[in-house]
Design a binder for this molecule. Structure first.
Ligand SMILES: Nc1ncnc2c1ncn2[C@@H]1O[C@H](COP(=O)(O)OP(=O)(O)OP(=O)(O)O)[C@@H](O)[C@H]1O
Length: 310
C-alpha cells in the first residue's frame, strides 16, 4: 500500500486478498493481541489466541449477546486485567509496536488508543465544553510542573479550549457548548462521546455500540463522522449490533462467539457465512430464544442474506 493515511480503495483491495480466518495476519497491524483470557468464576468470557487489527481501517467486532466483545475491549484498553491461564503463554498485546500487558488504562490512553465512554451521571451534570476538556490528554493538572507555573497552565488551557471548540463545530455541537450534557439527545450524546475521545488526538479509537440509542435522523451524520476519522488516518475498532452499519462502513469484520474469535473477513462475506449465522442462532440454543436474541439484528442479517441472493 502507498503512504499513510491509506487510500480506502487500496486498503480494501489489500484486505480482500487476505485469507478469511480467525487470527489472519494483516498487512500493517496497529494492534496485535495474543493469548488473552478472562474468566469470571468458572466462566470463560474471553479466550482469544491471536488477533490483528489493520492500521487505518474501520474494523467491526460483532457477535451475539454475551460473546465477550465488551470484556475484550476492557482488556485491550487496560480497564480490566486478563486471568493468568495455567499451561498457556502469558497474555500479551502490542499497540503501534509498543508492548502492553497488564497496563493501566491511563498508559494505554496516553499511547494513543482511546475508547468512548457513555456519559455517566456525573458527566451529564457538566456542560458540553467541560466534558470535552476532561478528554484532553494534556490537562494542566496532569503534570505537576505545568500545573504550578501559571503561564504554562493558562496556555495549555487555552489550547484545549480551542481544540474543544473546533471539534464541537465539526460535530455540530458548538451551539450546545454551555448546555448541560444531560440535556442532549441520545444521538448528540454519542457525538459528544466521540468528540471527547478525539480531544487527545488518538491514533486508534474504540467505539462501543456507537449506534445504540441514536435517532435515525442522526445516524447518517454519525456514520460520516466515523468514515471521516478513517479517511484522516485514525484506526477505528467498534462493537455494534446494528448490522446495517457494520455492512455499510466496515472494511473488515471480526466475529466473536463464546469468548473466541470464530470468523474474520470482508463484511459481505462474513455476514452471510453460515457459521457466523449459526453462532448467532446457536450460541444460546439451550435458552429462551426470545430472551437472548436481538430480533432486530436477526431480521437485519436475514435481509442482508436476501439482498445477497437477489
Ligand atoms: N464483571 C463480570 N462478572 C461476571 N461475569 C461477567 C462480567 N462481565 C461480563 N461477564 C460475562 O462475560 C460474558 C461476556 O460478556 P460481555 O459483556 O463481554 O459480552 P458482549 O459480547 O459485550 O455482550 P453484549 O453484546 O450483550 O454487550 C457474559 O456471559 C457476561 O455475563
Amino acid at each position: 500500500m502507498t503512504s499513510y493515511p491509506y487510500d480506502r480503495n487500496e486498503l480494501r483491495a489489500s484486505l480482500a486478498g487476505l485469507e478469511q480466518r480467525p487470527g489472519t495476519p494483516k498487512p500493517d497491524p496497529i494492534l496485535v493481541a495474543d493469548n488473552v483470557v478472562r474468566r469470571f468464576g468458572g466462566m470463560t468470557a474471553v479466550d482469544v489466541d491471536h488477533v490483528e487489527v489493520q492500521r487505518g481501517a474501520i474494523t467491526a467486532l460483532i457477535g451475539p449477546n454475551g460473546a465477550g466483545k465488551t470484556t475484550f475491549f476492557n482488556l485491550l484498553t487496560g480497564f480490566d486485567k486478563p486471568t493468568p491461564a495455567t499451561g498457556r503463554e502469558k497474555a500479551s498485546w502490542a499497540f503501534d509496536g509498543k508492548s502492553f500487558s497488564r497496563t493501566s488504562a491511563t498508559r494505554v490512553a496516553r499511547s494513543g488508543m482511546i475508547r468512548t465512554f457513555q456519559l455517566t451521571k456525573a458527566l451529564t451534570r457538566m456542560t458540553v465544553l467541560e466534558n470535552m476538556l476532561i478528554g484532553a490528554a494534556n490537562q494542566p493538572g496532569e503534570n505537576l510542573f505545568v500545573g504550578l507555573v501559571k503561564p504554562l497552565w493558562a496556555k495549555r488551557e487555552r489550547e484545549n479550549i480551542e481544540r474543544a471548540e473546533d471539534l464541537l463545530r465539526r460535530f455540530k455541537l458548538d451551539a450546545k457548548r454551555n448546555d448541560m450534557a444531560g440535556g442532549l439527545s441520545g444521538g448528540q450524546k454519542k457525538l459528544l462521546e466521540m468528540a471527547r475521545a478525539l480531544m487527545s488526538n488518538p491514533s486508534m479509537i474504540m467505539l462501543d455500540e456507537p449506534m445504540a440509542g441514536v435517532n435515525p435522523a442522526l445516524t447518517q451524520s454519525l456514520l460520516e463522522h466515523i468514515e471521516q476519522l478513517r479517511d484522516d488516518g485514525t484506526t477505528v475498532l467498534f462493537v455494534e449490533h446494528d448490522m446495517h452499519m457494520v455492512r455499510h462502513i466496515s472494511d473488515w469484520v471480526i466475529v466473536m462467539a463464546q469468548g473466541r474469535i470464530i470468523a474474520e473477513g470482508l463484511p459481505e462475506d462474513v455476514m452471510t457465512s453460515p457459521s457466523v449465522i449459526d453462532a448467532y442462532l446457536g450460541a444460546h440454543h439451550d435458552q429462551d430464544l426470545g430472551e437472548v436474541i436481538n430480533t432486530q439484528m436477526m431480521q437485519a442479517i436475514e435481509e442482508e442474506i436476501k439482498e445477497e441472493a437477489r
